[in-house]
Design a protein around this ligand. Structure first.
Ligand SMILES: Nc1nc2c(c(=O)[nH]1)N[C@H]1C(S)=C(S)[C@@H](COP(=O)(O)OP(=O)(O)OC[C@H]3O[C@@H](n4cnc5c(=O)[nH]c(N)nc54)[C@H](O)[C@@H]3O)O[C@H]1N2
Ligand SMILES: Nc1nc2c(c(=O)[nH]1)N[C@H]1C(S)=C(S)[C@@H](COP(=O)(O)OP(=O)(O)OC[C@H]3O[C@@H](n4cnc5c(=O)[nH]c(N)nc54)[C@H](O)[C@@H]3O)O[C@H]1N2
Ligand SMILES: [Mo]
Length: 748
C-alpha cells in the first residue's frame, strides 16, 4: 500500500484481461488499456465508479426479520441491521454450528457457483469450499452453467473430460489458420465473448485471427440466429434456435446418400454407425433426415444445406460448436451429433479438421500454450459425498428428498437448511428467477459474502462485505495465458470490507478449526507459498519464473511458454493407430452409439443422437408467446459484475433487446422504444434495438442486469432470467436450459 496522497499507476489483471489503474488518495481514479493487448476490453472503464459505488456493502449486515425471529418469508423485501464484525461473525458461526449439529453437514449447500474475481489466492469459491470442508463438508455442485451438459455427454463420446478436450486437445488458432479451408461455426465465434476468460487472457486475439482467415481465403460460415455472433465478413446461415441437430442430421444424410461418408474412418475409429444409420435414413421412424425434412424445422433452404455439406466433404473443414448450443433443452444432441458429423467427414485428428467446442466462448480456447500447474489454494477434502448438477439448485430447494436422474445415477435431493454463497450471483445467473425467489424462502439461513448489494445479497440473512481485487494483494495467472501478474493492493478496503480469507478465518476460529483452515498462515504468507510452489513446477518444466519479490517489482512478466506445435495430443495419434492409442471410451473409439447411454433408458437422451424438439421453440410458437428469446453473454461487462455503476450511465438501463424489423413493425416498435418482454413466467423492461442482424421470430436480450423486483411484477432493469425456464437439458446432462424460451414483446 502506498502513501495516501501519492498518485500511482499499476497494472492489474482480471477475467477480462490486464489494465492499468491510476490511484490517488486511496481511490481508483482512472483505468487505461494494457500496452500489450491488441484489442483491450472496455470493461475497466466502469471500474473507478463501480469500486466506490454507493451499492458497495459497507458493514456486516443481518436481515432484521431473521435477526429478530428467524423469519424466512421476507427475503428480498426486508431491511438490514448493520453490526460489528465480531457480532456478525459470532452470529454466523453459531448458526453454522447449530445447523451442523441438528441437521448434519448434508444440510449445508456450498456449491456457491459463480465467477467471483481473478487472482489465484483470493478465489472466492476455493475459499468458501476450503472453509466448509474444514467444518465437515457441504453439498457441492457438479459442472457449470457454461458447459454442464457438455461435461456430462462428451466423455461418453470421446472418453475424456470435456474441459480437457476443450483446452488441451483442440487445434490452436495458428493450426486452423494454416490448414482449415471451411470453418463451420454453429452459434458463431464471437470476439466479444473471448474478451473474457477464467483468470484472464492478456492478448485478445480472436478478432485478429479472423482477419488472417479472411486473408487466407478461408470460408467462415456462422450458423445461428444472429449475424453478430461471428466477426464481420463471415457468411451467415440464419437458423431457428434449438434446431441445430436437425441441420447436422441433414448434412449427414447428404454425405451418406451422396457417398461422401468416410467409411474407412468410421470403420477404424468409431463404433455404432450401423445403429445410427437406420435412423438417419428414416428406416426406423419413416422420416429420412434429408435436407427437405430439415428445411422447415431449421428455417434453412434445403439447397443451402446440401451445398454446404458437399463443400465440407471436399475441403479441410473444422466444425465449431458454441457452448450456447448445450445451454438449451436437449443440448446433449447437437453436441453429440456434431461429433458424429465430423466422424462421417473423416477429418478428426487432421490439422485444422474435425470438430471443436467453445472457440470464442472464452479467450483461452485456441491458445497454444504449455500448461503450467500450481498456485492453487487447496480446497481440502469434502467428507460429504452428496452433490447436485449445478443448475438444479432451484429444484433442490423446492423438492428435498425427491429422486432425480442424472447421467445414469438416481439421487435424492438433500434437505438444505443453510446456504453459503461467495463469489456468485444466483439471482443473476439462474433461470426462472421468480421461481428461484420462492424456492429461496425455504432454507433456514442464507449467508453471502459480496462486495456489492446484488439481488442475491439483498435476499440473504447475513451479508459479509468482501473486498474487490483492488483492495488486496494477489497473483494473476491462468493456464490460457503467457503473462504472469503481481496484482498489487491498490486501495484500502472500501467501507469495512474484508477479504474472503479473513472472513472465513474469523468463522473458522469461532468454530475451532482455525488451524485447519489457515494452517497458521496469513494471506501474505499463503501468497508466497502458492507462488513458490508454482515457480518450482515451472522450473521442472524448464520455464524460468522470477522470484515473488522480483515479480512484485516488475508488476508483470511474459513467460516463454508459447507453443508452435498444435495441441492435437489426443486425436492425431488415435487417428494414426486407434489400437495403439485408443480413446478412453468403453470401445476405445468415438461412440456414435453408446451402449452406456442406451442402458440408462432415457427417452430424452437415447443411445445415439436424434432430433428432439424442445418444449419451447419456434416450431411450437403460439400467439401468446410467438418469439424465441436467446439470452447471450453481455458484451459490455462480465455477467452481472460492476452492473450498479453501468446502470447509472445515461440510457444504459433497461438492457437492450434486439428485435427483427418485421417483428418490430408488427408491434409498432422503433429503436430506442421502451418495451416489455414477457411470458407466463415473468416480465422485464428492455429498450428495443431494431436490426436485421437477427432472425425474424427471435429476440436477443443479454444477461447481466440486476434483477430488481421480487415476485411476479416487471423487472425494471431487464434480466432475461425472469423469462427463462428452470429445467434440466435432459436426465443425462441436467444442464442449464437458458436458451430455450418463448416470449412476446410489447411497446410500453
Ligand atoms: N439466461 C441466461 N442465464 C445465464 C447464462 C445464459 O447464457 N443465459 N449463462 C450462465 C453462465 S454460462 C454463467 S457462467 C453464469 C454467470 O453467473 P455468475 O458467475 O453468478 O455471475 P457474476 O455476475 O460473475 O457473479 C459473480 C459475483 O461474485 C462477486 N464477486 C466478485 N469478486 C468477489 C470476491 O472476491 N469475493 C466475493 N465474495 N464475491 C465476489 C461479484 O460482485 C458478483 O456478484 O450465468 C449463467 N446464466
Ligand atoms: N463479454 C463477455 N464475454 C463473456 C462472458 C460475459 O459475461 N461477458 N461470459 C463468459 C462465459 S461465463 C461463458 S460460459 C461464455 C459463453 O459463451 P457462448 O455459450 O458461446 O455464448 P452465448 O453468448 O451464451 O451465446 C452465443 C450465441 O449463441 C447463439 N445461440 C443461442 N441459442 C442457439 C442455438 O440453439 N443454436 C445456435 N446455432 N446458436 C444459438 C446466440 O445468438 C448467442 O448470441 O462466454 C464468456 N464470455
Ligand atoms: Mo459461463
Amino acid at each position: 500500500m502506498r502513501n495516501k496522497s501519492e498518485y500511482v499507476t499499476k497494472v492489474t489483471s482480471s477475467h477480462w484481461g490486464a489494465f492499468e489503474v491510476d490511484v490517488q488518495d486511496g481511490r481508483i481514479v482512472r483505468t487505461r488499456p494494457f500496452s500489450e493487448d491488441p484489442c483491450p476490453s472496455a470493461i475497466p472503464d466502469i471500474l473507478p465508479k463501480a469500486v466506490h459505488h454507493p451499492t458497495r456493502v459497507a458493514r456486516p449486515s443481518v436481515r432484521r426479520g431473521w435477526l429478530e425471529n428467524r423469519d424466512r418469508t421476507e427475503r428480498g423485501s426486508d431491511t438490514f441491521v448493520e453490526l460489528s464484525w465480531d457480532e456478525a461473525l459470532d452470529i454466523a458461526a453459531a448458526e453454522l454450528c447449530r445447523v451442523r449439529e441438528v441437521h448434519g453437514n448434508e444440510a449445508i449447500y456450498g456449491g456457491s457457483y459463480g465467477w467471483g474475481s481473478a487472482g489465484r489466492f483470493h478465489h472466492a469459491q476455493s475459499q468458501v469450499h476450503r472453509f466448509l470442508n474444514s467444518i465437515g463438508g457441504y453439498v457441492a455442485s457438479f459442472g457449470s452453467y457454461s458447459t454442464g451438459c457438455a461435461q456430462a455427454i462428451m466423455p461418453h463420446v470421446f472418453g475424456v473430460p470435456f474441459l480437457k478436450l476443450n483446452y488441451e486437445h483442440q487445434d490452436g488458432w495458428p493450426t486452423i489458420a494454416a490448414n482449415t479451408e471451411t470453418l463451420v461455426m454453429f452459434g458463431g465465434v464471437n470476439p466479444k465473448n473471448s474478451q473474457v476468460s477464467m483468470g484472464g487472457v492478456t492478448r485478445h486475439e480472436t478478432a485478429l485471427w479472423f482477419e488472417t482467415f479472411a486473408k487466407n481465403g478461408m470460408r467462415c460460415i456462422n450458423i445461428g440466429p444472429q449475424r453478430t455472433d461471428a466477426p464481420e465478413g463471415c457468411e451467415w446461415v440464419s437458423l431457428k434456435p434449438g434446431s441445430d441437430t436437425a441441420l447436422m442430421l441433414a448434412m449427414a444424410y447428404v454425405l451418406e446418400t451422396e457417398h461422401l461418408t468416410d467409411q474407412e474412418f468410421l470403420a477404424r475409429c468409431t463404433t455404432g454407425f450401423e445403429r445410427f444409420r437406420p435412423y438417419l435414413m428414416g428406416d426406423t421412424d419413416g422420416s429420412p433426415k434429408s435436407p427437405e425434412w430439415a428445411g422447415p424445422i431449421c428455417g434453412v433452404d434445403p439447397d443451402t444445406i446440401r451445398i454446404l455439406a458437399r463443400r465440407m466433404a471436399a475441403t479441410r473443414t473444422l466444425i465449431t460448436v458454441a457452448w450456447s448450443l448445450q445451454r438449451g433443452e436437449h443440448g446433449e444432441q447437437p453436441y453429440w451429433m456434431s461429433a458424429v458429423l465430423a466422424a462421417m467427414l473423416g477429418q478428426i485428428g487432421l490439422p485444422g479438421g474435425g470438430v471443436g467446442y467453445g472457440y470464442g466462448a472464452i479467450g483461452g480456447v485456441g491458445k497454444s500454450l504449455k500448461g503450467l500447474r500450481g498456485a492453487t489454494f487447496s480446497q481440502g477434502e469434502n467428507p460429504v459425498r452428496k452433490f447436485i448438477p449445478v443448475a438444479r439448485v432451484g429444484d433442490m430447494l423446492r423438492h428435498p428428498g425427491e429422486i432425480y436422474a442424472f447421467n445414469g445415477r438416481r439421487e435424492a435431493y438433500p434437505d438444505i437448511r443453510l446456504v453459503y454463497w461467495a463469489g456468485g450471483n444466483p439471482f443473476h445467473h439462474h433461470q426462472d428467477l421468480n421461481g428461484l425467489h420462492d424456492a429461496w424462502q425455504r432454507p433456514e439461513t442464507i449467508i453471502v459474502n459480496e462486495p456489492w448489494w446484488t439481488a442475491t445479497a439483498k435476499r440473504a440473512d447475513i451479508v459479509f462485505p468482501a473486498t474487490t481485487p483492488y483492495e488486496r494483494e494477489d497473483i494473476g495467472r491462468s493456464n490460457f495465458d503467457d503473462y504472469l501478474f503481481h496484482m498489487p493492493q491498490l486501495i484500502p478496503p472500501v467501507g469495512e470490507a474484508r477479504d474472503d480469507y479473513a472472513i472465513f478465518a474469523g468463522l473458522a476460529k469461532r468454530l475451532g478449526v482455525e488451524e485447519t483452515f489457515t494452517e497458521g498462515r496469513s494471506a501474505g504468507e499463503w501468497l508466497r507459498v502458492l507462488y513458490d510452489d508454482y515457480r518450482n513446477i515451472a522450473r521442472d518444466e524448464g520455464v524460468d519464473v522470477p522470484s515473488f519479490e522480483t515479480l512484485r517489482d516488475m508488476n508483470w512478466v511474459r513467460l516463454p511458454i508459447q507453443q508452435d506445435t498444435p495441441n492435437r495430443t489426443l486425436f492425431a495419434p488415435f487417428r494414426e493407430d486407434p489400437e495403439a492409442a485408443p480413446l478412453p471410451t468403453p470401445s476405445g473409439k468415438i461412440e456414435i452409439f453408446s451402449e452406456t447411454i442406451d442402458g440408462f433408458g432415457y427417452d430424452d437422451c437415447r443411445g445415439h443422437p436424434v432430433w428432439l424438439p424442445p418444449t419451447e421453440w419456434l416450431g411450437v410458437a403460439t400467439s401468446e408467446a410467438p418469439l424465441h428469446l436467446v439470452s447471450p453473454q453481455p458484451g459490455d461487462k462480465l455477467h452481472s459484475q460492476l452492473e450498479s455503476a453501468l446502470a447509472d450511465e445515461d440510457g444504459a438501463r433497461p438492457e437492450k433487446v434486439v428485435i427483427h424489423p418485421a417483428d418490430a413493425a408488427f408491434r409498432k416498435i422503433k429503436t430506442g422504444d421502451p418495451v416489455r418482454v414477457f411470458n407466463d413466467r415473468g416480465a422485464c423492461r428492455a429498450r428495443a434495438v431494431v436490426s436485421d442482424d437477427i432472425r425474424q421470430g427471435v429476440v436477443s436480450l443479454p444477461t447481466g442486469a440486476w434483477f430488481g423486483d421480487p415476485g411476479g411484477n416487471i423487472d425494471p432493469a431487464g434480466n432475461p432470467n425472469v423469462l427463462t425456464r428452470d429445467v434440466g437439458t435432459s436426465r443425462l446432462g441436467q444442464g442449464c436450459s437458458a436458451h430455450t424460451a418463448l416470449v412476446d414483446v410489447a411497446r410500453i
